[in-house]
Design a protein around this ligand. Structure first.
Ligand code: AMP
Length: 495
């Protein structure tokens, strides 16, 4: 078995293709089961933890935790943990730390697939130089994996997104990959069987982490961090940074988010527009790289058929808006941006294994799933509006959340009515479940935020979580949808 691995700056994922379907390695990460945070924490006895268990140590032992090691692999820079030593008193290198992450994903895959795995395809950014590629191979070997192929991430994404390259006509697409620590954009030429990166550009120090720092600086400024000893210490700063990331992620699906840091007596509601202003210059930088890569490719914008969004930070809604507005190229968001690269790595692994990867089925949601609400738009109130959380044909598994606010003063319960169908209104859709969520704190209309999260799983079940923001009040239910598309029916076909 050859494992396809996306060794990411923030998260690492692995998958294989079986009977034409991608099977992802489950990591036990409570936020996204298929993503292993690329984080390693070192504990006193020379042992280390990888993934979300390592993240848990960030707030208590930030000095023992290493993140974003990929951003220095293949460079002369040393890993930032100077005091972390192996048992032989050697400082860990970026290759060794990467090997610890690869070793963990290999272990999880072996446990899940009940077989030993000693071969892998690993993806790297297109701009990685020879040394960074060789170091990635070394890390694989150190983890007990023979690296069968190093695959460029944008090529992997292109493999996932389309069979369209099986065309006699040459065409071009752009990959916009905005991860946690890096930004990478490429122009791919699809011509018959050949998928080729013809130009790439990017920045190894630009990504979602910078968005977090922008919000961090804002909060730090409000708290007068420079002159406030309660704020200017490692633990408080780690707390602010983690709240900043949480807020950023919430603002991808909600128009506003209330930040509460009780230990620092900080409470403020941030609106999406405010956040967009804070990151405007960073987004502009990514746009300039896109313009550069188009110039490098010697193509015109109109020669580029579409832009594929890859990487967790491409979920920020301003990204799509900016690209469509400024480049006038349609943006495609059909595939979970966190899984686009790993599916490509798995496809490449399957091809090397000799599997007939004539079509890979990505199971999709057969109908849209909405929450009924009252929509306020341009000063008008629209009742019985179905807000689609999961749109028809969204590849599954997927997790999508949206934040709603209360309509009336002192409202202490909400009804969450879930509809299936394509209409924008209740009348045209089928009601599949009504949940009552009560015990919410009485406040003025619009002040209470209720998060609704749908996690659509491969077995056709949907976990629904309803939670009152900023409190422990939460309810979870699982729905089984009977009319899920038959697993054999292709929806997105990759040849
Ligand atoms: P990646 O390196 O592709 O794994 O992307 C990780 C980055 O995506 C991190 O900076 C995350 O905070 C960010 N991210 C994940 N989910 C979201 C979201 N919903 N909105 C904005 N950024 C996100």
């Amino acid at each position: 078995m050859i494992l396809g691995i996306d060794l990411g700056t923030t998260n690492t994922a692995a998958a294989i293709i079986k009977d034409g379907n991608p099977i992802y390695v489950s990591t036990g990460n409570p936020k996204h089961d298929f993503l292993l945070p690329s984080v390693v924490a070192y504990i006193d006895n020379g042992e280390f933890l990888v993934g979300h268990k390592a993240i848990e140590l960030l707030s208590t032992h930030p000095e023992s935790v290493i993140k974003s090691i990929k951003s220095i692999i293949g460079t002369n820079q040393e890993a930032p943990l100077r005091n972390m030593r192996t048992k032989n008193q050697e400082i860990f290198t970026s290759v060794e730390i990467s090997a610890q992450i690869l070793g963990e994903i290999k272990r999880l895959a072996e446990k899940q697939f009940k077989t030993s795995i000693d071969k892998a395809v690993i993806t790297v950014p297109a701009y990685f130089n020879d040394r960074a590629r060789k170091d990635t191979i070394k890390a694989g070997e150190l983890a007990g994996l023979e690296v069968m192929r190093i695959l460029n991430e944008p090529t992997a994404a292109a493999l996932t997104y389309g069979t369209e390259h099986k065309t006699s006509k040459k065409k071009h697409i752009m990959v916009y990959d905005l991860g946690g620590g890096t930004f990478d954009t490429s122009i791919i030429e699809l011509n018959g069987d050949v998928v080729e990166v013809i130009a790439s550009d990017g920045d190894r120090n630009l990504g979602g982490d910078n968005f977090d720092y922008a919000l961090f600086s804002y909060i730090y400024g409000v708290l007068h961090g420079e002159s406030n000893p309660n704020v200017k210490n490692l633990k408080a700063m780690a707390t602010i940074l983690s709240k900043a990331e949480e807020t950023k992620n919430k603002l991808s699906s909600a128009a506003k988010h209330k930040i509460e840091i009780k230990s620092l007596k900080f409470e403020e509601t941030i609106y999406r527009e405010d956040f967009e202003k804070l990151i405007a210059d960073l987004l502009k930088k990514t746009l300039n790289h896109c313009k550069t890569v188009i110039a490098k490719s010697k193509l015109k914008n109109t020669d580029i058929e579409k832009i594929l969004l890859v990487g967790g930070s491409s979920r920020v809604p301003a990204v799509k808006d900016m690209l469509e507005e400024e480049l006038c190229i349609p943006v495609s968001q059909e595939i979970d941006p966190d899984l686009a690269v790993v599916i490509g790595a798995a496809i490449q692994s399957a091809i090397i294994e000799g599997q007939k990867v004539s079509s890979v089925l990505l199971d999709v949601a057969p109908h849209s799933l909405s929450v009924s609400c009252v929509l306020e738009k341009n000063g008008k109130t629209i009742n019985n509006y179905c807000n689609k959380l999961i749109k028809k044909n969204t590849p599954i598994p997927c997790t999508i959340e949206e934040v709603f606010s209360t309509l009336n003063d002192n409202q202490d319960s909400v009804k969450v009515a879930i509809y299936q169908g394509e209409s924008d209104f209740e009348e045209g859709n089928a009601l599949i479940k009504e949940l009552k969520f009560d015990g919410i704190k009485k406040r003025k209309a619009g002040e209470t935020e209720i998060m609704v999260r749908f996690s659509y799983k491969l077995d056709g079940t949907i976990d629904i979580q309803v939670a009152e923001e900023g409190t422990q009040n939460m309810s979870t239910q699982t729905l089984k949808l009977l009319n899920k598309r038959a697993a054999t029916e292709p929806s997105v076909v990759i040849h």
